[in-house]
Design a protein around this ligand. Structure first.
Ligand SMILES: [Zn+2]
Ligand SMILES: [Zn+2]
Length: 354
């Protein structure tokens, strides 16, 4: 079968012919219909600096969908011929965080105080993923899909889930005002998920080079966009909110100045949710956080519950997720797909076997 493989720690990926995976105990074989390229895949494509923990060689792809075509154990036949989306996390189920339902924070194999890449993140990182014609997946990691979710939307459902995790973490109500910083795939998926939330203002900030993505943000339901390299984003938020500031800031860019600005865009008592991973530690004004009683929250990964919630949202047809698909390529043209992803005009790049 054709597979997109990260063989070593250098630049690029290889498209190779490899054996179809053999099923281990409790695994099912998924015939992949779509996989999407995530920001982390792009980082791995460029080289492995921030991904030293990934087990190469590995078939990439943690956002993917397909049909179950083989099961290995009696008792799992109910999954045969089902359309499914894959949850890439295999949490231990036993640690303190798993017990609390926060399986995205599973401590298995690492210290409870080590805030590093979750060991439970498996497919496409530590085990072969879904950028291949077939993938072997633990039966509990396939979630059934309703028919009305297209392959393209299903293929990026885990990425949509990150935005939905942001909503789960947020203290947000209809009538609130919000800013999404960064119109990348996660930022725009947040905009799509917030589009039907009854917000009074949904402001998206980016740069002039993000113009196409900011235009898409308006199409998705943003009320205003800000070009932060041409306009003072804090001043603009002030004007747009009658000097009030906003109730919720979702920071998806990971840039130092955006985090600092995020605190300043908040009204007193508001919250700043950090979703983008900053390459280096950054410094925020603790005085402003204290005197404004600003709540700063981290948002990381997805739980099975988040994935199921995202499936329901996609199936409802009320969220314009399909508009996030900007490019589609066959597996054999995957390199073009990765290059399109590196070029900031692409939002979500979907790869398909044929
Ligand atoms: Zn992803
Ligand atoms: Zn655990």
């Amino acid at each position: 079968m054709k597979a997109i493989i990260k063989n070593d720690r250098g630049f690029g990926v290889k498209i190779e012919d490899v054996d179809t995976p053999e099923l281990k105990q409790d695994e099912v074989l998924v015939k992949v219909s779509a996989a999407s390229i995530c920001g982390s895949d792009l980082h791995m494509y460029e080289g492995m600096d921030a991904y030293s923990w990934v087990d190469t060689p590995v078939i990439l792809g943690h956002e993917f969908t397909g049909e179950v075509v083989e099961v290995n154990n009696s008792g799992h036949e109910y999954l045969m011929n089902k359309r499914v989306v894959i949850n890439p996390y295999i949490p231990c189920g036993e640690c303190n965080n798993c017990q609390k339902g926060n399986t995205n924070l599973c401590d298995h194999g690492q210290g409870a105080m080590d805030k590093v890449a979750a060991k439970s993140l498996r497919y496409g990182f530590r085990e072969d993923g879904g950028m291949a014609e077939y993938a072997a997946v633990y039966y509990k990691n396939v979630l059934e899909l309703p028919d009305n979710i297209t392959d393209e939307v299903a293929g990026m459902l885990e990425a949509l889930g990150i935005g939905v995790r942001g909503l789960e973490r947020a203290d947000i109500l209809p009538g609130n005002t919000a800013v999404v910083i960064g119109p990348g795939p996660i930022g725009l998926s947040m905009v799509a998920s917030l589009s039907n939330y009854g917000l009074d203002k949904l402001i998206v900030t980016g740069l002039r080079k993000d113009q196409k993505r900011l235009e898409l943000a308006l199409e998705l339901g943003a009320t205003d966009v800000v070009y932060a390299d041409e306009q003072d984003p804090i001043e603009l938020v002030r004007v747009l909110t009658n000097e009030e500031g906003v109730d919720n800031v979702f920071e998806t860019s990971g840039f130092h100045q955006s985090l600092v600005d995020g605190v300043r865009m908040c009204s007193k008592g508001a919250e700043l949710l950090l979703i983008g991973i900053a390459p280096e530690d950054t410094t925020l004004s603790s005085n402003e956080i204290v005197r404004g009683e600003i709540t700063v929250k981290g948002v990381y990964g997805v739980t099975e519950k988040t994935m199921k919630r995202t499936i329901s949202m996609a199936a409802s047809g009320k969220y314009p997720y399909n508009k996030l698909v900007s490019h589609m390529f066959k597996f054999e043209d995957a390199v073009e797909g990765f290059q399109a992803g590196l070029n900031k005009e692409a939002v979500k790049v979907i790869l398909k076997p044929e």
